[in-house]
Design a protein around this ligand. Structure first.
Ligand SMILES: Nc1ncnc2c1ncn2[C@@H]1O[C@H](COP(=O)(O)OP(=O)(O)OP(=O)(O)O)[C@@H](O)[C@H]1O
Ligand SMILES: [Mg+2]
Length: 368
């Protein structure tokens, strides 16, 4: 078990500033997931914790011990990468035992640790096989096993499932969740997959251009994104944004004049603002309702595209308040076709509101 603390951590490669003033407190046994656009610094941050890169400025502690200058093998960290090169000429057993052998661990300890780990990962019947005789998921489990046998205090995963097909990913996602429960160790996990982030994390860290935008539980981030970046990043398809101006500020509800459109009510606290301030309304695709009265034009919006996914349908339409088409998620198989007119409603309690700098106003509702 280990607690990991980053205090104003910075990383520069030459003159390029990649990680900027990152403060993070990761408790014992937490499952922390880093998300953010490609190139924002997720892998670099993991590599700083592992000691594969040096911290340029700031302090990194593991279990209260400053680790900035501690060599990687002394940090008690196990890392699993996206590309998990196994040794092709070695058996599963020897692949898993390799790190322990390097550390000159006694033979009976090697055997007991590898056998025990193989049982946890259901690899015990495959120990004599070579990597080429395994499926992708089995190989991935060997890579995880190789990290487990070292009994690390912290596990770092860098997109470990992105090479696997969809079905295997679902299976391995559950395996990793079970593993976390069983071992109770601290895990830090990087992924591009929304579902992995939402389901595995006790805490999600959203990064943008080397900075932490928000840290919180998955539902916290979904229900109360701090700004338009997080709002647009968490959730798929992403949140719709509409430009407008504040017509009537309020504590529990605020009236917004949509740009070249109608007036809508949003359950957000804008008491410190004045009428005329520029705002952005956000609403998730699953929260737009097909109703009686249209929030945009009388008679309803014109459906541009409808995508049938079997379990749900996605409906797209354009409005003057947004440069991108808005998307509505409908349950099941919709009868609506492109070209139809459809009244859509924006329920006040589901709308988010952001100021002109993209910072969220406090919502006066608790849930999604
Ligand atoms: N050794 C290095 N020297 C110079 N720049 C680097 C080095 N390693 C990474 N970078 C740069 O740092 C930035 C962050 O890279 P990083 O690999 O951490 O991103 P990431 O968030 O993991 O992206 P992805 O989602 O694509 O894996 C990128 O702009 C990258 O080009
Ligand atoms: Mg990366």
């Amino acid at each position: 078990m280990a607690e990991v603390i980053l205090n104003k951590v910075n990383k520069k490669f030459g003159k390029v500033h990649i990680i900027k003033d990152v403060d993070l407190h990761i408790d014992h046994g937490e499952f922390v997931v880093f998300v953010g656009p490609s190139g924002c610094g997720k892998s670099t941050l993991l590599r700083l914790v592992a000691g594969l890169e040096d911290v340029t400025d700031g302090i990194l502690t593991i279990n209260g011990e400053v680790c900035n200058d501690l060599p990687p093998p002394d940090r008690g960290i196990g890392m699993v990468f996206q590309s998990y090169a196994l040794y092709p000429h070695m058996t599963v057993f020897e692949n898993m035992a390799f790190g322990l052998r390097l550390a000159e661990t006694a033979q009976d300890t090697v055997e007991s640790r590898v056998n025990e780990t193989a049982k946890i990962l259901q690899l015990d019947h495959l120990l004599e096989r070579k990597p080429k005789e395994l499926s992708g998921g089995q190989r991935q489990r060997v890579a995880i096993g190789r990290a487990i046998v070292r009994e690390p205090r912290v596990f770092l995963f860098d997109e470990p499932l992105s090479n696997l097909d969809a079905a295997l990913r679902v299976q391995m996602r559950m395996e990793i969740a079970k593993l976390h429960k069983r071992l109770g160790v601290t895990m830090i996990y990087v992924t591009h997959d929304q579902v992995e982030a939402m389901t595995l994390a006790t805490k999600i860290v959203v990064l943008d251009a080397g900075r932490v935008e928000q840290v919180g539980s998955p539902l916290d981030l979904y229900n109360h994104p701090a700004n338009t970046f997080v709002a647009g990043f968490i959730g798929s398809p992403k949140m719709n944004f509409l430009s407008g101006t504040l017509l009537k500020p309020g504590v529990h509800s605020s009236q917004v004049q949509l740009h070249r459109g109608k007036v809508i009510t949003v359950s957000a606290n804008t008491q410190d603002c004045k009428a005329g301030d520029h705002v952005t309304v956000g609403i998730r695709p699953e929260h737009i309702r097909l109703g009686e009265e249209d929030a945009f034009v009388d008679g309803g919006v014109e459906v541009a595209v409808i995508e049938q996914l079997g379990n749900e349908s996605l409906m797209y339409f354009s409005t003057p308040q947004s440069s991108e088409p808005l998307v509505v998620r409908l349950e099941g198989q919709s009868k609506i076709s492109a070209g139809d007119r459809c009244p859509v409603e924006l329920p006040a309690e589901h709308c988010h509101l952001f100021d002109e700098n993209g910072q969220a106003f406090q919502r006066s509702v608790v849930g999604g």
